[in-house]
Design a protein around this ligand. Structure first.
Ligand SMILES: [Zn+2]
Length: 884
């Protein structure tokens, strides 16, 4: 490495350490990038020639470069061909190249850099992805993962989304290897070295560095020709590529849907998908070469459940939407990330509505449920959809539910308000206006204004620029309905200075005589409704749950709405929304928890979509009461009473031909009833598990496997644990390994909990699955308490051991701190935040502290009330002769 002393002063002038953005004096036009992996050395060599355009006179250029060894650099142009010095700023992940004679404004030149790097093991940059071949031998794939800021770990580049350039990728590999990149192959030549070849791909259109993609290794594929461009799905020999037919088919249909809606043909000549053996996010939208976890591709009609079919469709259609939303039109900077992620999520909802019209719960769960935006956005630690980026760590922390779910919800509100035709005309206009370039939120609103002639920015700015969302306090007096909006917080203690935003609420209200739409733009508004025509004086606000707000009804109205539910006057989404809001208001202190338990009891909910919300809410309740044995056990008895009849009625033949939602409901009811302790379900689960342990791998249907493993561990011992642990470590498919891993902590046996935690730290279990394993906390008090102590004791090691690649560390923190329910645990958490190095996970920890505070306040306020309700319920049941 060259680092001449005489230029250090220049360095300090050109790049202040706090500045993590690249200067704008020089920009890239085109990259010629060559990479050659050396598997035996776990390394690679590369060279890149970047054609530069000089915008202002420049004596130097700053690029991103992280963990690369730079061999040499040359600047080449009509009048120059010099080897040039360079200096790295390791901490900033940047490198400066010094031209000697400055480049004058308008001058073009090429920067040629030779470099080497390690094939990484942390699933970022150019990394080695290991797998087991069917014959038991080990295989390895060299593959890239660049998003959002890891291109700089693969080659020196301008690693910001606004620096779009064309890329001509060349891969040097063993002759027998398959080489993939964003574009189709131009030429393949023999390399001078024996047994090697050079694969040269066609030049890409202008695109951002984080979308560049390469793979080298033994790959197999299937090809689908249902759409205009060939679609191929590649897997390593460890996966059965024939099982990816469903994935290819849904993508082909999705491609046609998006091309029709956007009125822009998919611009690349081919579309590849690569199922990577080790990969962290679900999938990533490399242009023309989408990459995902191998578990997101195979679907086996004989053994897989509808939950997996839905996950495949949802994931792949999301990535496919990115080919336009993100790849063709890319965010200007990461503070606009929601345009990529919220956009792709909203497009997927529409695509699925069209391709799979019977999947009615999909859209609700993605946007309207508490598990989506309505959960995390109701804490002070939330952020606006347009999220300020003040450090490099903020970039990866931005990939959260606010960006995805709230971003999508905001667009869905607009779709409902403007009608789908107007909405998609505006989306098409936006994509065409910014094709092969970058965009900001203002550009999106400008297209809407052009198409519909309304001031959309004013309507939408509060939704994207302000944190949080509103709730409506409903009051009824003398037949008049008044609505007052305030910011909703789960902690129920919003301060006046936090409650200044007035959100334009797109409110649909339904009565027996029809639906009316209005936009609430004032703090308080009266609603004139004719509700006398119906025997229940029925009305429902936020009809069909299309607006991002909660509705706080007076308790008397809540009772009338229960009656309206029994009269089938509420849609599935409205019933789910009623449950979601009621629980939220109990947690915030607006209702007593007993009011909500009464509501649940009297609703007698019997449909899948509302049950998805109910199950989420009870999971939250069980986790809150995990440390209170008496309440927890009585709550479980009540829960068995409402879940078991559904499971017994629907049965547990999961291979039958029920429709999509019935199959999902069957699995949900079975698992909910079993984990809560229903003896009939537990008996069935035990019989399935025993057959499974004796070698019948199909004895437990995949759609309930996680639930059955949890039931087994909650009620079993070391023998059962060993079977599941072995499966988590050695099952042939990554999907099966993940299911087993996620169940391991559902045990009250401290030695078994310790064994799992040790296996995470020692990496006996696949490190990329650590967040998945910890996601299974919350079913056992022992596991929760031990994991919390373990995190505190091993903080430094955990931070070092787990890559910061897209949310892996965040999720480890989230899952281990999310179930703290005592004052002592909260104090320890606050101490950890103060005393440990928490860089990169500050936001996650802020949320955990606030979450724990909210739960603890709720428990302190309402536990006597919950105890009294449960006692009363139990007495009633006993008096009716029902024994528990
Ligand atoms: Zn995405």
């Amino acid at each position: 490495m060259q680092s001449p002393n005489n230029i250090e002063d220049e360095w300090s002038c050109s790049l202040a350490p706090e500045n993590f953005r690249l200067p704008r004096n020089v920009k890239p036009i085109h990259y010629d990038l060559t990479l050659e992996p050396h598997f035996e050395k776990a390394a690679y060599s590369g060279n890149v020639t970047i054609q530069l355009e000089t915008l202002e006179e420049a004596g130097e250029v700053t690029l991103h470069s992280e963990n690369l060894t730079i061999g040499s650099a040359f600047i080449e142009g009509p009048d120059r061909n010099n080897r040039i010095p360079f200096l790295e700023n390791v901490e900033a992940g940047m490198i400066n190249f010094f031209f000697g004679e400055p480049l004058s404004a308008g001058e073009t030149a090429s920067l040629r850099i030779k470099f080497t790097g390690s094939l990484r093991n942390d699933i970022s940059g150019f990394y080695a992805s290991h797998y087991n071949n069917p014959d038991g031998s080990k295989g390895v794939l060299a593959v890239t993962h660049m998003a959002p800021t890891y291109a700089r770990r693969t080659f020196p580049c301008f690693d910001e989304p606004a620096f779009k350039a064309t890329f001509l990728v060349t891969l040097i590999s063993d002759s027998h290897h398959t080489c993939l990149s964003n574009m189709d192959i131009d030429t393949v030549q023999q390399f001078a070295e024996q047994g090697k070849k050079i694969t040269r791909f066609h030049k890409t259109p202008p695109m951002s560095s984080y979308l560049v993609s390469c793979a080298v290794g033994d790959l197999q594929y299937i090809q689908n020709m249902e759409s205009r461009v060939p679609i191929r799905i590649y897997t390593t020999p460890s996966d059965n590529v024939q099982l990816t037919q469903y994935a290819a088919h849904i993508v082909a249909r999705g491609l046609k849907f998006y091309e029709d809606k956007f009125k822009i043909p998919f611009p690349l000549p081919k579309l590849d998908f690569l199922a990577a053996p080790t990969f962290l996010p679900g999938a990533v939208e490399n242009w023309g070469m989408i990459m995902g976890q191998s578990s997101f591709f195979p679907f086996d009609n004989a053994t897989d459940g509808e939950d997996k079919r839905e996950a495949i469709a949802e994931t792949l259609l999301h990535e496919l939407a990115h080919m336009w939303f993100g790849d063709l039109v890319t965010v200007e900077w990461w503070d606009q990330l929601w345009l990529n992620e919220g956009g792709a999520t909203a497009m997927t909802i529409d695509c699925l509505r069209s391709l799979e019209p019977t999947w009615s719960s999909c859209a609700y769960r993605r946007t309207g449920s508490t598990a989506g935006a309505l959960g995390i956005d109701a804490y002070r630690s939330t952020h606006p959809v347009e999220m300020p980026i003040s450090s490099p760590d903020d970039i990866s922390q931005g990939f959260d539910q606010i960006t995805y779910s709230k971003g999508a919800f905001v667009l869905c509100m607009l779709r409902d308000y403007l009608t789908p035709d107007v909405f998609f005309a505006a989306i098409s206009d936006y994509l065409q206006a910014h094709a092969y370039s970058n965009a900001k939120t203002s550009g999106l609103w400008a297209s809407f204004e052009k198409i519909c002639g309304q001031d959309i920015a004013s309507l939408m700015d509060p939704w994207t620029k302000k944190p949080g969302y509103p709730y409506l306090i409903v009051s009824e007096k003398n037949g008049e309905i008044n609505l007052e909006q305030h910011r909703f917080l789960f902690t129920g203690d919003v301060k006046p200075e936090e409650d200044q935003t007035i959100w334009p609420i797109f409110l649909n209200t339904r009565t027996a005589s029809g639906t009316t739409s209005t936009i609430l733009q004032n703090r308080s508004e009266n609603l004139s409704l004719d509700v006398k025509t119906d025997q229940h004086e029925f009305y429902i606000l936020n009809a069909n749950r299309t607006s991002l707000c909660r509705v706080l009804y007076p308790e008397e109205r809540l009772k009338k709405l229960v009656q309206a539910c029994h009269s089938r006057l509420l849609t599935l989404q409205e019933r789910a929304g009623l449950i979601s809001d009621a629980f939220a208001f109990a947690q915030a202190g607006n209702y007593k928890t007993s009011t909500v338990l009464d509501l649940v009891r009297s609703l007698g909910e019997n449909d899948y979509l509302p049950w998805t919300e109910l199950a989420d809410q009870f999971r939250n309740l069980f986790q809150a009461y995990i440390g209170n044995q008496a309440v927890s056990s009585a709550l479980k008895s009540f829960y068995v009473q409402i879940t078991a009849p559904i499971s017994h009625r629907l049965g547990w033949d999961f291979t039958g031909n029920g429709d999509h939602e019935t199959q999902l409901f069957k699995a949900l009811a079975f698992v909910e009833a079993g984990v809560a302790g229903d003896s009939k379900v537990l008996k069935a689960a035990k019989s399935m598990f025993d057959k499974f342990a004796n070698g019948d791998e199909h004895a437990i249907h995949k759609s309930i496997q996680l639930g059955v493993f949890r039931m087994t561990l909650l009620n079993g011992g070391v023998k059962e644990y060993n079977v599941i642990f072995d499966h988590a470590k050695n099952a042939p498919s990554s999907y099966s390994r993940r299911i087993a891993a996620q169940s391991l902590l559902a045990t009250e046996d401290p030695t078994l909990v310790k064994r799992t935690l040790d296996a995470i730290l020692s990496k006996e279990l696949e490190p990329s699955e650590a967040p998945i394993i910890l996601k299974g906390l919350g079913y056992s008090r022992t596991a929760r308490d031990m994991a919390w102590v373990w995190v505190q004791e091993n903080w430094a090691q955990l931070i070092l051991a787990f890559p910061d690649t897209l949310g892996s560390r965040d999720r480890i923190i989230r899952f281990t701190t999310l179930y703290l329910t005592t004052r002592n645990q909260l104090l320890a958490l606050e101490r950890l935040v103060k005393e440990q190095d928490i860089r990169g996970v500050e936001r996650e920890l802020d949320h955990s502290v606030e979450y724990a505070q909210g739960i603890i306040q709720w428990l302190e306020r309402d536990t006597p009330n919950v105890e009294a309700w449960l006692e009363n319920w139990l007495e009633n049941e006993i008096s009716q002769g029902i024994a528990f």
